[in-house]
Design a protein around this ligand. Sequence first.
Ligand code: AMP
Ligand code: MG
Length: 402
Amino acid sequence: MASADRLTVAEGLARIRGLTPRLGVETIATSEANARILAETVHARSNVPRFACSAMDGYALRSADTEGASEGAPVALALNPPLSTGAAATTLAPGTATPISTGAPIPPGADTVLVRERATIEGDRLRLPAPIAAWTNIRAEGEDVARGAVLGTGGVRLDPERIGMLAAAGIGQVLVRCRPRLGYFSTGDELAESIAGSASAIADANRPMIAALAEDAGLRLLDLGHASDSAADIAARIERADGRVDILCSSGGVSGGAFDFVRACIEARQGEIAFHGLEMRPGKPLLFARLRSGTLYFGLPGNPVAALVGFRFFVLEAVRTALGLPPEAGQAILHGEAEGQGPTRFLRVCLDADGDGAPRYDASLDQRSHILSSAARADGWLRSDDANGTSTFFPKRSGRLT
Ligand code: AMP
Ligand code: MG
């Protein structure tokens, strides 16, 4: 490909964002919604706590009954039967106390709770050698969450804490973005699932790697296996997934060599090639297209680290867009002088610290596109753009997206 056909990384990302539609929505149980992206504003259905309740195991009583109590003239309150959590409370008669457990509703009439450890029981009476202030050890109705309060808005990723809060406030179901479906196949006559029994086969590293990346990101994977370097085989796999997945991905077969059929197969289906080739290293031959069904297509280069960069930084950017998430910003670490026109480099880096404890990004690892061992060892990526003099750090993985 002529360099004139190639986009910069920024242009490529912008094109991906522009062509990626927002995913649909579905209603699911709150208990199943961890890491999902909320697609509605959720209001609390109930107060939390639902009613004024005891903060301690102890005795519910009327503070007024304890006024004037002292060591010399203690107050004695008659004990009622105990009140457990979940029991309906009856009105507390003056001059009495009711054993109460943490979380149980404060009986009408009671306005304070004496902690069990501080109580002295004499026969069937509670002895109080000092007054007890009102509203001690009582959790107020709605003090955690008030009925009607906004508990989440569209675009928020649900996490375990928010799921607990939603459940407590009576939200049993939530409307969330659908999880993207990803189809993937490897290409290459030289590849085999297992190299046992063959002297020349190369183990397919990309398929398990991409499956693991997809799992990490929370995608649903349609594993389309491994295609030989034949237009018919590649076309059959595209046919199988087209329209059934949101994003279809393959690795290999996009470098423009005699055995590289991916682009031709897309064009034969009247797919729209959005770009083929980006000004970057590794992963320059990356191809991005939209099939007529609307399924997006990423042709990742075959070299494993090029495939990794293509997936980590470009496929997942489409996933973010589909979920309504903002672009991944990374952590800008340098904004220097523009140094010309070089390609964007995605460097494998190890993180350590200089003498002052400031982070240092060590890019002395082997940066060649077939070297996976350095990617396995690295702590993250440094995206280095000479053209505008910026460097941005990205963690190894962007984490669960949905
Ligand atoms: P290609 O992009 O098809 O020209 O492949 C470039 C290089 O990556 C070749 O050396 C391939 O053998 C290698 N390669 C392609 N696909 C895979 C894969 N799935 N796993 C490991 N290496 C691969
Ligand atoms: Mg190949």
